[in-house]
Design a protein around this ligand. Structure first.
Ligand code: ACO
Length: 431
């Protein structure tokens, strides 16, 4: 209910439209412009949706000025310190933290859905051994749609919940098979005596002839990374999942569209791009050259892992992960030059006026790339692991969209700047 409004006046015709303004729980109020075209014959113009709220949501709140991130009201630092990834995924989907019985039931249900249809394993054989894992992931996630398509009614809340469980449960299996295929190793079935993250590591890295013991440093580090990646409001990939899902498409197909979007290096692909950049820099003595390139308007080079569309203060996830990254590098006593370059780059960029004035701080991908690197995770698997964690947020947002009474297909408008109407000319008469 609006108790405030904004009047838009067309200065040419004098026509006016009173638009209601809605206040959320937190954050900037929004102007409801749905009657703009009907009343004034105009659309809004907002490239990159920088000022457009395309939905209402109760899942995640972030305040880019203050560096705040809340999931269902809980601050990310408390969840990162006290929770587990599966508990956070429950929270995103159900809206409340589970009690012990609910958590046990949730953990059990996720285990029960961890297998994939045996025929799905054959999809991987169609890819080259060196295919980028995000390309494979987009394909195999979409392929899962074919196994549940006719049995899924997206308007049935129970089917939506079952879908959410399937998505969260199957992602580790799907992601691990990409690495196994690319490495020439046999696929590994989940082992339900292990918890979610350990099971993922087991499916990725166990050796067929040896018992598998997970690296004890890796498990808490991955739990933290997965929590920090679980959801992030209406990011590009999440908006894509909503847009694809709004056409009533299969939820696995919608998640696959999210994977495709996350792959981009302006988004989740940045964690891999950070390592490529640090490798290219090579030595701390070269950093100034790269900083100069990042500032040069004629050079499209950007410092990967720096900047964020919404956070114009420090990214709260980066604050948490920065500490974890520094602790991990110290405890593992790693002397790789790459880490030295990263720490020096962080120091120089944080003191440089170009980055300070534009509020370009290291983001979550800067440090997550370094942590994955320290844990010996292959670079090309960084973004699929981000997708694994973000799938819980994607599916929570998809569920929320479908249960919204105002749900309708997402269909943006445009400002047409193409040719005027003209008649077709047969090819023989064209100059
Ligand atoms: N290095 C150098 N300059 C930068 C960087 C960077 N990483 N990021 C932004 N800038 C500069 C721009 O050139 C621009 O400068 P100007 O005002 O002089 O023209 C200014 O900062 C604002 O940049 P925009 O492109 O308008 O910022 P936008 O909000 O559109 O982009 C983005 C945000 C895409 C994250 C951008 O900062 C970037 O490309 N960063 C590197 C990639 C990256 O780390 N992505 C991960 C984001 S986090 C995530 O998705 C999980």
């Amino acid at each position: 209910m609006a108790n405030r409004s904004v009047i838009i006046t067309d200065q040419t015709t004098g026509k006016q439209l009173e638009c209601p303004v809605y206040e959320g729980q937190y954050g900037a109020p929004v102007i409801d412009i749905k009657n703009l075209y009907k009343e004034l014959g105009m659309f809004t113009f907002d490239i990159g949706y920088a000022s457009t709220a395309a939905c209402r949501s109760a899942i995640t709140y972030l305040d880019g000025e203050e560096g705040v991130l809340l999931h269902r009201g809980y601050p990310i630092d408390q969840l990162a310190e006290k929770s587990s990834f599966l508990e956070v995924s429950y929270l995103l989907i159900h809206g409340e933290l589970p009690n012990q019985t609910q958590l046990d039931e949730w953990n059990h249900a996720i285990k029960m859905h961890g297998m994939t249809h045996e025929h799905l394993s054959r999809f991987y054989q169609g890819y080259r051994y060196d295919a980028h894992p995000m390309s494979v992931l987009a394909g195999v996630v979409a392929a899962v749609a074919s196994f549940y398509h006719s049995s899924t009614d997206i308007y049935n809340p129970e089917h939506r919940m079952l879908t959410a469980r399937r998505v969260i449960a199957k992602m580790p299996n799907l992601v691990s098979k990409i690495y196994r295929y690319g490495s020439g190793l046999p696929f590994v079935y989940p082992d339900n005596s292990r918890d979610y993250i350990e099971n993922f590591m087991y499916m990725m890295f166990s050796w067929p002839t040896e018992p598998y013991v997970a690296n004890p440093v890796a498990l808490p580090a991955l739990n933290l990374l997965f929590i920090l990646h679980a959801d992030h409001e209406q990011s590009a990939s999440t908006s894509t999942v909503r847009l694809a899902g709004s056409a009533e498409s299969n939820p696995f197909a919608a998640v696959s569209a999210g994977v495709a979007t996350l792959w981009g290096k302006a988004h989740g692909g940045a964690n891999e791009a950070v390592i490529d950049m640090l490798t290219e820099i090579g030595d701390a003595k070269n950093i100034h050259k790269f900083i100069a390139r990042a500032k040069d308007k004629d050079d499209n080079f950007r410092l990967m892992g720096f900047g964020h569309r919404v956070y114009k203060n420090y990214d709260p996830r980066a604050k948490i992960i920065r500490q974890a990254c520094h602790d991990l590098l110290e405890s593992m006593n790693l002397n790789q030059p790459m880490f030295e370059v990263a720490m020096e780059l962080e120091r120089i960029a944080l003191e440089d006026d170009y980055f300070i004035s534009r509020k370009l701080y290291p983001n979550v991908d800067f440090y997550s790339g370094l942590i994955y690197q320290a844990l010996n995770i292959p670079t090309s698997m960084f973004t699929p692991m981000f997708a694994l964690a973000r799938a819980s947020g994607w599916i929570a947002q998809w569920m929320e969209m479908l249960s919204d009474g105002d749900f309708r297909i997402g269909r943006p408008r445009q400002l047409y700047i193409g040719a005027q109407r003209r008649d077709y000319v047969p090819v023989a008469q064209r100059g």
